[in-house]
Ligand binder design. Structure first.
Ligand code: PLP
Length: 455
């Protein structure tokens, strides 16, 4: 039974390669659920990266999470470093978040009218963030970014935006655009269904490239509404940028009357309460948040100065709305989670814990001369199969190195360690990961690295 399901739903070459380490965990129930899911959803999933296309085996169907742990449909237990792709900075099912959600949902799920909870979450954020004065809640990161782009265009009365190869900003039309060939180009659509005319409004350049930046602003003088960047690019590896480069973006925007948008959907509330803007002490014009802000429920937001936000409907002419925006249950989760983050030494403890963890892994790999680097910032880390001292541009990632990640991912799963199913994805540490969990994880990582590099 298991073997036939495996053959049906995993790449055939995977099945042919016998595991190099521990025997594969049972995925029987997950495989059954996946077979059924494939009859309902394209690829059996509701978001593509969940489909395990670039790692071994069928996707694991999760039935429970608690603290830093996950349990799948076959009752396998994992220490989780995906953390729902970032939102769960307190781990799964944190009692404070759960209790607040249960309390609020006793009074109903949605009203389509304002509630005090929206004020409460907004006040928590704005009181502790010197970079924005007003905000608008939405229901996802994609929506936050899409709205921020419209606001920048409405505010500057310009159409073009500039983005970077290797940054992800959600799946809206203007942003599913990748670099064409050449230093400065109009983008090419990276998804079917995006009109070419949309891609023509998006300029795409490489990260950490000042010449391309200057050339873009010279070629399209007076036409660029905004630069949008993940100030901590963490969706295509972890492509850390220098403060100087981010400051250059700030200066170029100011000099050209363009707005600087920091897409902090991952970095916001992650590297510190004020996110990357606070970390680098650089003030963007518009910031987008998502993921952590909703405590695991769907929340996003965009914020800016009161003057810029004054352009948003109903005060201004930039239209943006949402039936479930500011949903009370989602607000409750956000309030409970952000309240924990504001406790003294929360980030210091989390970031120190992460630093010790990644340092130990790097020491191990370096001692054995493995071509392997752990890049990290705050409680975000990324495993790169490289000998480069730093990687700040998407071109510097060797696609062939992903084969090594694939082996490592399988070995980690077999040792009860769950990572997002792609070598381009970063890992996250939550406050629920304790020393013993991280020790266990390190041992599993050491064993897996030995197997990856054995060949
Ligand atoms: C996750 C992410 C998004 C998209 O957010 P969704 O909630 O998935 O729509 C946008 N920008 C960045 C930087 C992200 O990490």
């Amino acid at each position: 039974m298991l073997d036939s399901i495996k053959k049906m739903f995993s790449g055939d070459e995977d099945v042919a390669v016998s595991t190099t380490g521990k025997p594969d965990i049972s995925r029987e129930k997950s495989a059954e659920l996946y077979a059924k899911a494939k009859t309902f959803f394209p690829g059996g999933v509701n978001s593509p990266v969940r489909a395990f296309k670039s790692v071994y085996g069928t996707p694991l169907f999760i039935k429970k999470g608690d603290g830093c742990r996950l349990w799948d449909a076959d009752d396998n237990e994992f220490i989780d470093f995906c953390c729902s792709w970032g939102p769960l900075i307190l781990g799964h099912n944190h009692p404070k978040v759960k209790d607040k959600v249960i309390e609020v949902m006793q009074n109903g799920m949605s009203f389509g009218a304002p509630t005090a909870l929206e004020n409460e979450l907004a006040e928590l954020i704005l009181k502790n963030n010197k970079f924005i004065e007003k905000l608008r809640f939405v229901s996802s990161g994609t929506e936050a970014v899409m709205s921020a782009i419209r606001l920048a265009r409405g505010y500057t009365k310009r159409d073009k935006i500039l983005k970077f190869e290797g940054c992800y900003h959600g799946h809206s039309d203007s942003l599913l655009v990748k670099a064409g060939s050449g230093l400065v180009t109009f983008g090419e659509t990276s998804s079917a269904g995006v009109p070419k005319s949309f891609a023509d409004e998006t300029i795409v350049i490489g990260l950490n490239d000042v010449d391309a930046l200057n050339k873009a602003f010279a070629d399209f003088k007076g036409q660029i509404a905004a630069i949008i960047i993940e100030p901590i690019p963490a969706n295509n590896g972890l492509l850390l940028q220098s403060k100087e480069y981010l400051q250059t973006l700030r200066d170029v925007c100011t000099a050209n009357g363009a707005l600087l948008i920091f897409d902090e959907v991952i970095s916001g509330f992650r590297v510190g309460f004020e996110g990357a803007a606070g970390h680098y002490q650089i003030k963007p014009d518009i910031i987008t948040y998502g993921k952590i802000i909703g405590g695991g429920l769907p929340v996003g937001m965009y914020g800016a100065s009161a003057e810029i936000m004054g352009h948003v409907s109903p005060d201004g002419g930039v239209y943006q709305a949402g039936t479930l925006s500011g949903n009370p249950v989602a607000m409750a989760a956000g309030i409970a989670q952000l309240t924990e983050l504001l406790k003294s030494s929360f980030y210091k403890d989390l970031n120190n814990k992460t630093q010790e963890f990644v340092d130990a892994i790097q020491r191990f790999a370096t001692a054995r001369s493995y071509k392997f680097k752990v890049f990290s910032i705050g409680s975000i880390f990324w495993f790169a199969f490289t000998d480069k001292a730093s990687i700040s541009n998407a071109d510097e990632i060797d696609p062939a190195s992903m084969e090594k990640f694939k082996v490592m991912h399988r070995e980690l799963i077999n040792r009860g360690i769950y990572f997002g199913p792609s070598g381009y994805e970063v890992g996250f540490i939550s406050s629920a990961h304790n020393k013993i969990d991280l020790e266990k994880t390190k041992r599993a990582i050491f064993d897996s690295l030995d197997l990856v590099f054995k060949k």
